[in-house]
Design a protein around this ligand. Structure first.
Ligand SMILES: [Zn+2]
Length: 425
């Protein structure tokens, strides 16, 4: 007797299987004909995937677009300036209600684990207080990890060092930084060294905004990889963005890639943001500003796709849809081979889960019973359609459902409705 059976779905690897759920765990995967269940969800012909995961977000800033004004230049630097104006006037309650509204969107999109950076440069740590609260509120249905993020620079802001340590003492999960925003390259390097030392001392993962610039001389990823090896942090470090690698000298990158792989530093591009924020100082040709995704993957580096921003000082769009993120990444990185497209789907599910260090993730017996039913036959079709989420199950509970979309046609001698699914050849 199961609490819930998801019947007849197609798994990302192509197997057709029923999934039996007991409590908050997957209890069986396979042919479950005749098995009893409190509830049965028919997923015949639909894709059943482990939930989407976003390892890079800013939940303290989300859903604030236009407050107190919009970003006129579209640059990272004006975004940081604008965020400075917003955080001075935002209240803890406002931040909480915006964050919770975003979490509702996330759940409806089958996005059930998010790593969010939270600004530690505000003297009252309002964002930290708000998001620690939100983390507890959503815990029954969404895994939220917080990164202590000294947005105004670990050394550039005189209070950032103490405030960031305070945030860690309050229970923030991961240590962050922003070396390319320090005043000098030397300060940037020193910040990476000190942050890695603190991460090692406290036994914490580290996730830096790293080299989010078009400057090919921004090489903090090299320091990060070397310090990770020095402190034994392999597998616990992530370089977010790494956009300067787009513009770096090829010979230098040929030495850098094996170093990143040796250090087991994860790479986390944020394609929606990278494509709109980078290259703003270029005329033509205008750089794409996405890191070298295929090359990092070929070198054995774990690479995910992050969302980064939704309706905030840096980005005027976004819907909490990780398929949108993967779809943009697929285009900008030119990952159009079927194997690459399938990899893009894995990057917003399995690979992102690895970056967040999620235990019990996946569609295997004993795993957490969290999954999403998509109106698509397979992962590539899910990407092409940015498929609707028909059902979302989180920790054994059906938390979101949507009817299958139907478009009625009224055309002479044509079908009465249109289905955009298409058999793969
Ligand atoms: Zn970010």
């Amino acid at each position: 007797m199961f609490d819930l059976i998801v019947k007849g779905g197609t798994l990302p690897d192509g197997r057709v299987a029923d999934i039996g759920i007991s409590g908050d765990r997957i209890a069986a995967v396979g042919q479950l004909d005749g098995a009893e269940a409190g509830q049965v969800l028919d997923a015949t012909g639909d894709l059943v995937s482990p939930p989407f995961v976003d390892p890079h977000f800013h939940m303290d800033a989300t859903l604030s677009y236009g407050i107190p004004r919009i970003n006129q230049s579209g640059t990272l630097l004006e975004g940081i300036e604008l965020w400075g104006e917003l955080k001075a006037i935002a209240t803890i309650d406002e931040m909480k209600s915006r964050a919770l509204a975003y979490c509702d969107w996330a759940v409806s999109m089958g996005l059930l684990a998010i790593r969010t950076h939270v600004d530690t440069c505000d003297p009252d740590l309002k964002g930290v207080q708000a998001l620690l609260d939100v983390r507890e509120t959503v815990r029954p249905y969404l895994d939220l990890q917080l990164v202590a993020f000294p947005q105004d620079g670990f050394y550039r802001d005189p209070n950032a060092h103490a405030q960031t340590l305070r945030a860690l003492d309050m229970g923030v999960d991961v240590l962050g930084g922003i070396p390319h925003f320090e005043r000098t390259m030397a300060d940037g390097r020193a910040s990476v060294q000190e942050l890695c030392r603190i991460a090692a001392e406290r036994g914490l993962p580290i996730d830096l905004h790293c080299d989010e610039t078009d400057d090919p001389n921004s090489r903090h990823i090299e320091t990060l990889a070397a310090e990770v090896i020095r402190h034994g942090l392999q597998g616990r470090a992530t370089g977010s963005h790494l956009t300067s690698m787009h513009s770096m000298d090829n010979y230098y990158v040929s030495k850098l890639l094996p170093l990143i792989a040796e250090a087991q530093v994860n790479a986390l591009p944020n394609p929606l943001i990278n494509i709109v924020i980078q290259g703003r100082h270029d005329t033509f040709p205008k750089r794409r500003g996405l890191t070298r995704v295929k090359e990092l993957r070929a070198a054995g580096v774990t690479v995910g796709w992050g969302q980064d921003c939704v309706l905030d000082p840096w980005y005027p769009l976004g819907t909490a849809d990780m398929l949108d993120v993967a779809f943009m990444g697929l285009h900008v990185a030119q990952m159009t081979h079927p194997d690459d497209m399938r990899a893009c789907f894995d990057m917003v599910t399995i690979e992102n889960a690895r970056i967040m260090g999620l235990e019990d993730y996946g569609l295997t017996v004993g795993s957490m019973a969290s999954l999403v039913v998509l109106d698509a036959a397979h992962p590539v079709e899910a990407l092409r359609l940015r498929a609707d989420r028909l059902a979302v199950i989180s920790k054994g509970r059906l938390v979101a459902q949507a009817p299958r979309r139907q478009v009625r046609l009224d055309l002479p001698a044509r079908p009465k409705n249109v289905i955009r699914r298409h058999p793969m050849r």
